[in-house]
Design a protein around this ligand. Sequence first.
Ligand code: OOG
Ligand code: MG
Length: 256
Amino acid sequence: MITPETTHVLAQRLDEAQTTRTDIPSLADTHEFDIDDAYAIQAALLARREARGERVMGVKLGFTSKAKMAQMGVSDVIVGRLTDAMAVTDGAEVDLSRFIHPKVEPEVAYRLARDVDLADPATDIEACVDAVAPALEIIDSRYRDFRFTYEDVVADNTSAAGYAVGPWRPMTGVGDLDVRLVSGAEEAVGSTSAILDDPRNALHALLDMCRRRGIPLRAGQVVLAGAATAALPLAPGVTTAHVAGLGSVSVRGVRA
Ligand code: OOG
Ligand code: MG
C-alpha cells in the first residue's frame, strides 16, 4: 500500500507526462504498489483531468484479446476511462503532436442506454446496451517504449489517449466478424471473436471490474470492448478500421 500522498505524486507524474508529451520510466522502478494502489492512482489522474474541465464519456477495457496480452506481456483484463478531450469525430483530423508515440487499435463500441446498477446482483448489463459500432482506440502509454507492469498500465489509465466511434446500429450480436485495420502502409487483420471469444463477454467482464473498482456506468456512456488485433503505430494520413457487417471508422493523422 502506498500513502495518499504518494498516490497523488504518481498521478501528477503521469499527468505531466501526458500534458508535456514526455515519456517516463515505469513507476515500478521506484515504487512498490499493488493493483488497488494502481486504480487509486488512475482515479487521482482522472480527478486532475476533471479539475481541468474534462468530462467522462465512457470506459474502456484492455487486454481482452490474446494478441494484445501477448504483445504487452500481461494477462488480465484492465479498465480505464475515456474523456471528451480524447474523443475524435469519425473521419476527422487528429493532431499527432498531441501524443508521445501513439498506436491504434480496431475495437467494438457499445452504448449504454441506461445507468447500470452495480449494487444489484441481478443486473443484466447486455440489457443496458442499445447500440453497437465499429471503433478505433488511440493508445499512448506515458511509459518509455510502452514498457510497463500490469500495475503501471492501470495507473496510466490503461494508455487511453483517443477514440473514434463509427456509425451506431441497434444492439446486435457481433460475435465473429472480420476486422481489418489499415494505418499507413501497415495492416492488421483479425476477428471480433478475439475479444474474449465474443465482445459481449467484455460487457460482463466490465460489470465485474466496475463493481470491484467502484467505477460508475451511466446512460449515454460509450464502452470500448478492447482490441481485436495487436496495435499498429498511428501513421500520418488515414487510418481505418473495418468491421464486417458493422461498417468502418477512420481518423486522419496530421502534424499541426
Ligand atoms: C494498454 C491498453 C490495452 C486494449 O484494447 O487491449 C488496450 C496498452 O496496450 O498500452 O487498450
Ligand atoms: Mg484498446
